[in-house]
Design a protein. Structure first.
Length: 171
């Protein structure tokens, strides 16, 4: 079984600029790259779970989300860093596109669907996993998946993640 650090995206890995979908608008949060490097160096998986209601609202498409995630991977790869997997939920109760209009979709945080799916697909031990988020909905999703959670204060992600790495790799 694997250990993992789950990251919310907007407000945790990157600055939350509101409906981020363009590479030109992307800015890493302080300590984000170093945090991801430390997670991977410790032998843990780094998994992103992100609500993307901008897709449901018709502001951008799933291909834009995939393109941004691909760019993030390529940018990190220049320093030998990688994110294990991305899970994005495009569903929202108020979607303008009917195919995305699903009230209380199991993947939309605060529901734990993305975390549970990742745990099954990557064989993650819940006792060796934590969710780092910037909103209460992230913490609720983690609790629903049976994993620990921490609220990121926006200051330095590496400092916030370091104690969790120590806990998840102890023993």
């Amino acid at each position: 079984m694997n250990g993992a650090v789950f990251f919310d995206r907007d407000g945790v890995l990157n600055e939350d600029v509101g409906y981020l979908h363009r590479i030109a608008d992307f800015r890493w949060m302080p300590g984000a790259r170093a945090a991801l490097a430390r997670v991977r160096a410790a032998g843990l998986l780094a998994i992103v779970v992100t609500n993307q209601s901008g897709v449901a609202r018709g502001l951008y498409g799933e291909a834009d989300v995939d393109r941004l995630h691909g760019w993030m991977q390529a940018d990190l790869a220049r320093d030998g860093i990688a994110i294990t997997a991305f899970y994005a939920c495009p569903f929202h109760a108020d979607a303008v596109e009917p195919r995305y209009r699903i009230a209380d979709h199991p993947d939309r945080k605060p529901n734990p669907g993305m975390i549970l799916r990742a745990m099954a697909e990557w064989r993650i031990d819940p006792a060796r996993a934590v969710m780092i988020g910037d909103r209460p909905s992230d913490l609720v999703a983690a609790a629903g998946a049976g994993i620990a959670a921490a609220l990121f204060d926006g200051v330095d992600l590496e400092e916030s993640v370091a104690p969790w790495i120590a806990r998840l790799t102890a023993g």
